[in-house]
Design a binder for this molecule. Structure first.
Ligand SMILES: Cc1cc2nc3c(=O)[nH]c(=O)nc-3n(C[C@H](O)[C@H](O)[C@H](O)COP(=O)(O)OP(=O)(O)OC[C@H]3O[C@@H](n4cnc5c(N)ncnc54)[C@H](O)[C@@H]3O)c2cc1C
Length: 465
């Protein structure tokens, strides 16, 4: 380690890694400090990637189970799950991705990567404690805080029982639990609840709000709730978890449903996914002028904190908490720090996928956000019940909603619940970003039979109506 750097970047996730690499590529000396098992952050080791690897196995299992619907008579439907092999495959992909990221970082002579912990001594100095070796105090010109977020534990009596686990522990679990109670109906709870249900766990999902997936389009969230119930997931919304009691072989979760009725459910494991909080503890922020609260480190429109020269991005500055959002912030911040023109990402152009079954794709504004912003909008709709591609795929229960400005007809939001929405929604984000109109959607030629036709169909129906 040197004693002085142009930049210190704390956290090697999807936010910290690209900003560090972009600065080093431009010739600035950068120290990137990461205290996890490799380079990739929550996304690689505990989040996006491992959850989607498990989901992929679950998806294929479901396809095998549904084979008869497609006229396929398999020799035996007694499919056995080799959980060890699934976990091995997961570990292999994570290792491969982390090693590739380390190799990319290693190819940049101006970037030094240290696996260890960093904490501020003041606004221009930090103590770096490597996993191996002696701690060293280093100086830097400017720093970027990209330390992410960590699971929150609500004050429910019994919540510290070892059978009450977070998403990271569930993703690494050594067997498929027979019963799983999921507390929290946000994206992580819904995704993992459905994955483990497909693997054979009996799943109960408890959500305090009146519906799952709070900020998501209410109609689509309602359809997804119905689908989950049809599939056999027990789902309670508007319910209050009161306590968790040890029974020896498992735990009893006591809760009240929306009508005030008391319930007690036994479970082998409880997945607690009620939210995440910014990871600021141990960072030494008290030695700087960085202000932070429950929603994260406060930053201005250039991601600068209240301490000049210290910047923050990604989950540690609060919602939206997505890997691609952190990555987009990182690229803009790097340009800004290099003195180049930079357009910082704006939430109204963000997109996201909830990897539920079917996927729920979101781009731009929801109806409630459009109302709050005072936008005069209308909605073009398309029900996938009549869609060729959806019928061929055997999943025609989805819905597409396109929000557009009255008058200009410019698309401002797209919401799709359909198998394949994950690959559909990126183009919707582009349409919103480019200010595409309903007329352009209606008149552009979409290949048949694909889900993309839904955009043209929805637009044509809205223009005709
Ligand atoms: C189960 C789950 C599923 C998810 N699925 C998706 C998905 O499908 N798509 C999506 O876009 N997002 C998903 N997310 C969210 C995504 O993982 C985060 O939004 C993203 O990782 C945030 O990136 P970040 O760089 O801000 O922080 P992180 O990825 O959390 O990286 C921060 C890094 O900083 C390190 N660090 C912290 N403190 C210090 C310190 N003092 N010194 C040194 N290093 C430190 C940590 O070890 C960590 O590696 C998921 C999250 C979870 C939990």
């Amino acid at each position: 380690m040197n004693t002085e750097y142009d930049f210190l970047v704390i956290g090697g996730g999807p936010g910290g890694t690209p900003v560090a690499m972009a600065l080093a590529r431009a010739g600035r000396s950068v120290l990137l400090v990461e205290n996890g098992p490799g380079l990739g952050g929550t996304c690689l080791f505990e989040g996006c990637i491992p959850s989607k690897i498990l989901r992929e196995s679950a998806r294929r299992l479901r396809e095998i189970r549904e084979a008869a619907r497609f006229g396929l008579c398999l020799p035996s439907l007694d499919s056995r799950i080799d959980w060890y092999a699934i976990q091995q495959r997961k570990r292999h992909i994570l290792k491969q991705r982390s090693e590739a990221a380390i190799a990319r970082a290693g190819a940049l002579p101006k970037l030094e990567l240290v696996f260890g912990h960093a904490a501020f001594r003041d606004a221009r100095r930090a103590l770096v404690t490597p996993g191996e070796g002696e701690p060293a105090e280093i100086g830097f010109g400017r720093a970027v805080i990209a330390t992410g977020s960590a699971p929150t534990r609500p004050p429910i009596p019994g919540v510290d029982h070892h059978r009450v686990i977070d998403s990271e522990t569930l993703l690494d679990i050594d067997h498929i639990p027979e019963r799983l109670i999921v507390i929290g109906g946000g994206p992580i709870g819904v995704e993992l609840g459905q994955i483990f249900h497909t693997f054979g766990s009996q799943v109960t999902l408890l959500e305090a709000a009146p519906r799952i997936l709070g900020p998501v389009d209410a109609e689509l969230a309602g359809r997804l709730e119905a689908r989950m119930r049809d599939d056999g997931i027990e789902l309670f919304t508007g319910c209050r978890v009161e306590r968790i009691d040890n029974t020896g072989g498992g735990v009893f979760v006591s809760y009240q449903d929306a009508d005030g009725q008391a319930w007690h459910r036994f479970s082998e494991q409880v997945l607690l996914v009620t939210g995440r909080h910014p990871r600021v503890e141990g960072l030494g922020l008290e030695h700087t002028g960085v202000r932070h609260g429950p929603h994260g480190i406060e930053v201005d429109e250039h991601l600068q904190t209240s301490e000049p020269g210290l910047y923050a991005l990604g989950d540690v500055v609060g919602a939206p908490a997505f890997a691609h959002w952190a990555g987009a912030q990182a690229l803009s911040l790097a340009r800004h720090l290099l003195g180049r023109p930079a357009a910082f990402p704006r939430p109204r152009y963000n997109s996201a996928v909830i990897f539920s079954e079917p996927e729920l794709g979101i781009a731009g504004l929801t109806e409630s956000q459009a109302r709050e912003a005072g936008i005069d909008y209308a909605v073009a709709r398309y029900d996938f019940a009549g869609d060729a591609r959806a019928q061929i795929a055997g999943r025609a229960d989805g819905l597409l909603k396109i929000l557009y400005e009255q008058g200009s007809h410019r698309v401002i939001g797209v919401h799709a619940l359909v198998e394949g929405a994950d690959d559909l929604i990126g183009e919707a984000a582009l349409a919103i970003h480019a200010g595409v109109t309903l007329e352009a959607l209606a008149s552009s030629i979409h290949p048949h039979p694909t889900l993309t036709e839904s955009f043209a169909q929805a637009a044509r129906a809205a223009l005709a109506g």
